[in-house]
Design a binder for this molecule. Sequence first.
Ligand SMILES: Nc1ncnc2c1ncn2[C@@H]1O[C@H](COP(=O)(O)OP(=O)(O)OP(=O)(O)O)[C@@H](O)[C@H]1O
Ligand SMILES: [Mg+2]
Length: 485
Amino acid sequence: MSIKYRLILSYLAMVLVPLILFILAGLLLMFIFLGDIREVSDLMPESHDYKNTVSEDTKLFGELKEKSFVDPDGLANVEYLSALSAKLDEEGIFIVLRQGQEIIFASEETAHLSAAQLPDYGAATSSRNIEKIGNETYSLMQHDFYIPEKGSASLFLIKDASPLTRLMRTFYPLLFVILVLILVVTNGLLTYYVSRSIIKPIEHLKEAAQKIKEGNLDHTIKVDGKDELAQLSNDFEAMRKQLKESAEVKARYEKNRKELIAHISHDLKTPITSIKGYVEGIRDGVTNSPEKLERYLQTIYQKSIDMDLLINELFLYSKLDLKKLPFDFEEVDLKDYMIDYLEELAFDLEKRNVNLAFNYDGSGCYPVSVDREKLKRVFSNIIDNSLKYMDKKNGEITISLYQNQSEVILELADNGPGISNESLPFIFHQFYREEGSRNKETGGSGLGLSIAGMIIEEHGGTIEAESSLGIGTKIIISLAKQVDS
Ligand SMILES: Nc1ncnc2c1ncn2[C@@H]1O[C@H](COP(=O)(O)OP(=O)(O)OP(=O)(O)O)[C@@H](O)[C@H]1O
Ligand SMILES: [Mg+2]
């Protein structure tokens, strides 16, 4: 239930419950002082049979009324009245007959009442009235009639209502206490329930906000229900996740940046240190023979070529990373493209005693959209690795081209040393070189495969590697197949 409805309901309950109780109390008071005593009698266990008595005296009252019309003189007869009174005494009903301003007859219990104390002729507002006479409260049934030649008369059937009134008077404070108690309990419970359902989530939110302020982004908020605060908590939780994610991305970038700087400085420092060493050697006259000098100069030259290559690779890498390298896509048949490319490569491979096999289905066409130059870079980085790390006398490079409905797939496999399972997931990472590769004289910065990966990514394709130690490495590239529309 939403907070809005909960507040409305609790507000209504806070208004209605006391209102109903006040009305009940008011009605009760009204009955006690003004209304029909019969209604009140229902509430009183002691006066359980009172109702019957009342209905009996109502019956009797009706009979007497009738008699007043038929035989008013007989009704005003003292003997008749005293006989009737003797009968009614046991029932607690007393008779008074007032003729003019004079009491003609009164039962013993009501003998002390004077004519003036009783309601005037014609004053009865209902068949039964509660009257306070002196210190006592009476239930009065008054019938006014006319006795020929004697004048107006009033017959009263009187019942002492004082015990009942006293009971009501003690009952009233009790009722009031109960009313106050109910008020306190109802309002207390409602306030507790409503405030708990609002305050608790707010406290959770406050705690979570505090944690975030302190930099703890792992504190989750538990969300119950569907009200406005639950929605707010959900949004807050989503915000925390987003914050955590961006903090993690930021940390990752920061780590990458530091690693990049460390690698670049290291990879540039190494050749510069050795160039410096050789130049110092020459200057100090260590090169005492022309052959030695020639060797030193050759090394310096080689080192500067390495540096040039490294700087070029770094430049390419950073441009690819910043997505600032323009791509010039065109549709080519990858089979024809590979045939041309491998032709260029054949001489170099032969020189290194590496056998090359290219498998493809000659009748098929392998249409892909590529940037020719960039794709060449990808293949040369991969084949360069195969040649660089080759540890067999008879090297083998096997290239297979095949396709399915949507992709053209190229596999470049070698029979080199292979890559360990621990290193395999990282070879496409920038500057990653397998343990040991760094020490090898093969050289390299660890950028080759990450550059290949970024270029293939720009082509919308995928690149992955499979490898077994001692058996060889296979790089699998898949590109989207161009379908004529
Ligand atoms: N064909 C392969 N056979 C064995 N190991 C390989 C092969 N290809 C890649 N590797 C391993 O993966 C690492 C990453 O290769 P990558 O081409 O990115 O870097 P590199 O060859 O070390 O340097 P660069 O290519 O920048 O000159 C290499 O250092 C090497 O350990
Ligand atoms: Mg390489």
